[in-house]
Design a protein around this ligand. Structure first.
Ligand SMILES: [Zn+2]
Length: 94
């Protein structure tokens, strides 16, 4: 959740993690967070709804791990099922 300045609503003063409620400001003073965003369109049951959630670094990787393990559970008895758990960069694109 973005926190904006009372005097300048266009200025983001902090970003609060939507999972743990802590500020995402790190010791160096910068805001460090991941986002989960969705804009549901035609054909979806949530058509017209837009979501944006912010996660601190710790909570982001808790969610990544949860997604990875959930995916693995669905294929755990298949030959390459364990490859999902061995992926140390699950979801990483850069
Ligand atoms: Zn958090």
């Amino acid at each position: 959740m973005k926190v904006v300045s009372e005097t300048d609503p266009g200025t983001v003063t902090d970003v609060i993690c939507d999972m743990c409620g802590d500020s995402t400001r790190v010791a160096a003073g910068e805001l460090q967070f991941g986002t989960m965003h969705a804009s549901w369109g035609e054909g979806s049951s949530h058509r017209g709804e837009t979501y944006e959630l912010h996660l601190c670094e710790n909570c982001f990787f808790v969610q990544v791990s949860t997604m990875q393990r959930t995916r693995w559970i669905g294929v755990m008895f298949e030959d390459d099922g364990d490859d999902i758990l061995k992926n140390q960069a699950y979801g990483r694109v850069g």
